[in-house]
Design a protein around this ligand. Structure first.
Ligand SMILES: [Zn+2]
Length: 416
């Protein structure tokens, strides 16, 4: 376990202010979040560090064309399909040290433990590091796993630009190779990850077994009225876009509450973004853009909700001088995990004497892309106070150890 802790702390220093190494929750602070966006100097340093550790563990390391990294440990039977496990090393802006690295370091530790035990597994084991999971550097997330599963082409990914206008293929030129991972050669995928929500921490349960990963949909609603003088335009003659937008925000919240109540609780919707034009205190807002995030494990519920938002937008657009438009930006269906892998994880937790609960994931993960192609499930460990994507993100070392032990045992059984 010391090895896991050391690696997570070391990786956690790459991209943190002054390179400080954080070993306990008490050492966190608001200005010490991680800034390890895909492709920046710290992201590259984290890859160097991990590749060195993979080689130390005797893995054969390969880079694919877009910078996904695979470390392979052969099994006894070269004809058998692999067990793959891993996650990502990139962070959000001002993130924490467990989101991503836990799944990578955990998978590597599992392989090392199997080797040290002299355990002879039939299947090969692949430790995977997916490129650009967070979508904080390039314009979209989950790109490394998406390219593997055919949702986006290698060439498209190579030509994605980050916010400085640099192309991925250039930023990662030293971390790309010619290897092509064929998921037809992979039987199982497991990802260990912090929950990023409050359920396990609140219920004091050390292990979450993810049965489904939420579907995700983004809508952009644009409301246009008329920009005008805040002093000279009488109240009755205004075409205020923000007032209509406020109505939409309230509608989304109220309707989501109703859906969650009616459908069992996993439904959520958020207006997380409002852009007001021209955004000046003395001007009546002429144009407002809303960003709406909608998630559930049931795609019918998402469809019902989108229809309701569209209807509401159309209704708002019937007011004199107001025009509305609703646009679907992202629509990722929910992913179901493999019953076989879920049961394997359940058994592993039970044999280790750890309480576990099944749950769904409200956050997006590389595993959701893999789930469409190979038998997949995830293991969650508690996020302290349910906090994530924040400098206050933390998972206790005891929880990390339990999660890694469950992962190791599950990989052992599946690779047997
Ligand atoms: Zn993550």
């Amino acid at each position: 376990m010391e090895r896991v802790k050391e690696q997570l702390v070391e990786l956690g220093s790459l991209g943190r202010k002054n390179g400080s190494r954080v070993k306990s929750y008490e050492e966190l602070s608001a200005d010490k979040g991680l800034l390890r966006l895909e492709g920046n100097e710290f992201s590259r340093a984290s890859k160097d560090y991990l590749v060195e550790k993979m080689k130390e563990a005797g893995l054969k390391v390969r880079f694919d064309r877009v910078g996904n990294i695979f470390g392979r440990k052969e099994g006894k039977d070269p004809g058998m399909k692999a067990v793959m496990s891993g996650s990502h090393l990139d962070s959000v802006k001002n993130g924490g040290q467990f989101d991503g690295p836990l799944g990578v370091v955990g998978a590597l530790e599992a392989v090392r433990v199997l080797s040290e035990e002299g355990f002879e597994h039939s299947r090969p084991v692949e430790v995977a590091v997916f490129v650009g999971e967070e979508g904080s550097a390039f314009e979209r997330g989950l790109i490394g796993s998406e390219v593997l599963t055919g949702g986006i082409s290698y060439d498209e990914v190579l030509n994605l630009a980050n916010s400085d206008g640099e192309l991925l293929k250039n930023v990662l030129s030293d971390y790309r190779g010619e290897f092509l991972m064929d998921l037809g050669e992979v039987e199982y995928f497991l990802e260990l990850h912090p929950e990023q929500g409050p359920v396990l921490d609140t219920e004091d349960i050390p292990v979450g077994i993810v049965e489904s990963i939420t579907g995700l949909c983004w809508l952009r609603v644009v409301i246009e009225g008329e920009e005008n003088h805040a002093g000279t335009t009488p109240m009755k003659m205004r075409k205020d876009a923000l007032v209509r937008a406020a109505d939409m925000v309230t509608f989304v919240h109220g309707k989501a509450l109703e859906m969650a109540e009616k459908t069992g609780g996993s439904f959520v919707a958020t207006v997380g973004k409002i852009e007001v034009h021209p955004s000046a205190t003395n001007i009546i807002p002429g144009r407002v853009e809303l960003g709406i995030d909608i998630r559930d494990i049931n795609s019918d519920n998402i469809d019902v909700f989108i229809a309701a938002v569209n209807e509401k937008a159309a209704w708002l657009g019937r007011a004199p001088g107001i025009k509305t438009k609703s646009e679907l930006l992202i629509n990722k269906p929910p992913s179901l995990c493999s019953k076989e892998v879920v049961e394997t994880i359940e058994r592993a937790a039970r044999e280790l004497g750890l309480a576990a609960r099944k749950m769904s994931s409200g956050a997006a993960h590389d595993a959701q892309n893999l789930a469409g192609k190979v038998k997949t499930a995830m293991i969650f460990v508690p996020s302290m106070n349910g906090i994530s994507h924040s400098p206050w993100e933390w998972t206790s070392w005891e929880a990390v150890e339990k999660g890694v032990n469950v992962l190791t045992r599950a990989i052992k059984e599946l690779a047997r």
